[in-house]
Design a protein around this ligand. Sequence first.
Ligand SMILES: [Zn+2]
Length: 416
Amino acid sequence: MRDKELYQKILCIDSPWLVKEVTLESKSNTIEVEICRDDKESVNCPKCNKVCPRYDEVERRWRHLDTCQYQTILKSRVPRVKCIKHKVQQVSVPWAEKNSRLTLLFESLIIDWLKEASISAVSKQLKLSWKQVDGVLQRAVTRGLARRAKQTPKRLGIDETSFQKRHEYVTVITDMVAGTVIDVIDDRKKIPLEKSLKKLGKEALSRIDCVAMDIHKPYISAVKNVVPDAGAKIAFDKFHVIAHLTKAVNKIRKEEHDALMEEGDESLKGSRFLWITGKENLRSEQESELKKIKSIAVKTSEAWMFKEYARGLWSFPAKQYALRAWKKWYSEASQSELTPIKKAAEMINNHLQGILIAITKNATNAKGESMNNKIQHLKKIAYGFRNRRRFKNAIFFHCGGLDLYPKAMNLIENPL
Ligand SMILES: [Zn+2]
């Protein structure tokens, strides 16, 4: 088989397109494949598909999958047509999307790589610019969102995540059953959340059975405003409730550590992890270390006990038992002399209804938690996103469950 025929075959190029020339540039390690279009064949407007008169031709180049160690470039003089309705338009080519300088197969390969590595790593690996790889990611998300079916979540998760600087946030709305992100909105305020939820439509909103979230007023009022019977559906899940208590423990640990340090006692140095981690997740040597410092850090130890006690209150199948256990916890925590614990206990007691809903509906938000971990990982590998839109799109790319790949042509069905 000759080189032209070979490339014609492996590129799955069919009439009216034809491989005209294949050139090997050994100096630059490049193979150039020139493709032409049969002049005798009619040309169509890419928008309305009407046969139109030719206008002119433009030279285009696309990066394709490498042939062994050779970078492979497709080039072609692509006809432009003059459509009465759509004016001058470039005809579509079967190997690339409009305006892209990469073939569909190469773009698919980049998407595969992006699922595993950062934009910088992919651009280095494939010898592309950061901008080109970023362009593929942005296009993939736009394509995926346009193709996405109407969302009808049974269980929603609403979660905040910080972005770039410590006090900038986005709110991530998740379908907790599918484990996919439905929307990512700015800040953690009421109005944007309301607007986003309304996009689901009245019928979908009425079918929602449970909304798991943090005890955060703007979220609560937004959901109450748009989800019918929200009072019986809002669930404050374990992850978020315990996070408030962990924060309180950490505050007390810091204060106690400072006080001990003034006396020259470094016992609490580097102990943060031991206090904030669930006790069943500690290794045996960490457990022994915690046991040792508990007798020194009396206040932190008491706060830790309330946190761990609350962590054990999520396994009641019946509402009345759960209620009784939480009331007992509250009565003890509210009598403590530790202000951060008392404050957290007060807040928990005021929102007990939502905690009981989380327990009885088993709104564990495990998928939300793993989503959160995934998002934290994204932040780490990206070393800071250049702007909020990119951060949002990275979340959609990795957690949106979207169909990201370009298609509409025979190359995908018959890959190399
Ligand atoms: Zn047209």
